[in-house]
Design a protein around this ligand. Structure first.
Ligand SMILES: O=C(O)CCC(=O)C(=O)O
Ligand SMILES: [Fe+2]
Length: 239
C-alpha cells in the first residue's frame, strides 16, 4: 500500500468574512468523488438529528439518508486536507467521521445549525461543539433541480461572478443559496468569540438548509471539526 495523497488542486474564495464562509471549487478530485460514492454504498440509513435531550431521532425535517465513512487511505487524505485548510494546528482527533448524505426526489434538510444548543451534545467526550463545517457536493446528477444549500441570514453577493456558484435568481429575503456542483465545497465557521475552549458561542447566522431535490439526485458530505478531541468511540474507524 503506497497510496499518496493527490496534491490539492482546489481553489478558495472568501464568500463572507463575518461569519467566515469560504467557497472551495474542486475540493475533491474526480477519483476521490468516485471512491466516496462506492465507499458509501450499502452504508446508508435514514438521517437522524439530535433532539433537545441529546438523543438521535428520526425527523421529518431531515429526510435524507446518511452514512458514516470509515477512514481508509483516500478518506484520510480528505481529512488531512480539511485539517490543513484550517491551519496546521488542529489534530485529526478533532474530526468526526466523515458523513455522506444522499438525497433523492423531494428529500431535504430543513433550516438548522450544525452547532448544538443542547449541552448534552457538547460534552468533553464529544469534543465540545462543532467549530466548523464543510459541506461537500460529492456528485450531483446533471439534471439536478433544487438541492442547493441555503443560508437565509447571509447577504447575497453583489458581484455577478458569484452567479456560477450561487443562485442569483433568488430574492433578497432568501439569503444565499449555493448550487450543488460536484466536487465543490462550502466551508464555514460555526462558533464565534471566545478563545480555545472557553466562551465560544454558536453563530446564528450560520443557519442553513439543504433545499428539496426537485429533480435528479445529490450525494453530499459533511466534514465536522469539533473544538477539542473526540472520544475514540466517536471517531472514525481507521481501515
Ligand atoms: O444538503 C445540504 O445542502 C446541506 C446539508 C446539511 O446542512 C447537513 O447535513 O448538515
Ligand atoms: Fe447542516
Amino acid at each position: 500500500k503506497n497510496y499518496t495523497c493527490p496534491y490539492h488542486l482546489y481553489s478558495v474564495q472568501i464568500f463572507s468574512e463575518d461569519p467566515l464562509v469560504i467557497y472551495i471549487p474542486g475540493f475533491l478530485t474526480e477519483s476521490e468523488a468516485r471512491h466516496l460514492e462506492s465507499a458509501s454504498v450499502g452504508r446508508f440509513t435514514s438521517s437522524k438529528i439530535a433532539d433537545q435531550s441529546g438523543q438521535q431521532q428520526l425527523a421529518s425535517t431531515r429526510t435524507s439518508k446518511s452514512a458514516s465513512l470509515h477512514s481508509d487511505e483516500v478518506v484520510r487524505c480528505i481529512e488531512e486536507r480539511a485539517l490543513q485548510f484550517q491551519g496546521y494546528d488542529i489534530p485529526r482527533t478533532h474530526l468526526e467521521p466523515l458523513q455522506a448524505v444522499q438525497y433523492t426526489l423531494g428529500e431535504k434538510y430543513a433550516p438548522h445549525t450544525d452547532w448544538f444548543t443542547s449541552s448534552l451534545q457538547t460534552t468533553s467526550e464529544f469534543g465540545g461543539n462543532r467549530l466548523s463545517s464543510f459541506f461537500v457536493y460529492i456528485s450531483t446528477s446533471d439534471d439536478i433541480v433544487g438541492g442547493g444549500t441555503q443560508f437565509p441570514l447571509l447577504d447575497a453577493p453583489n458581484d455577478e461572478r458569484w452567479c456560477e456558484f450561487v443562485n442569483c435568481d433568488a430574492g433578497w429575503e432568501d439569503g444565499v443559496t449555493f448550487r450543488p456542483i460536484s466536487r465543490n465545497a462550502v466551508y464555514w465557521r460555526n462558533l464565534r468569540g471566545g478563545k480555545a475552549g472557553k466562551g465560544r458561542m454558536g453563530d446564528r447566522r450560520t443557519l442553513h438548509s439543504g433545499q428539496p431535490v426537485q429533480r435528479g439526485t445529490k450525494l453530499g458530505m459533511n466534514i465536522w471539526t469539533r473544538e477539542a478531541e473526540l472520544d475514540g468511540v466517536y471517531r472514525s474507524e481507521i481501515i
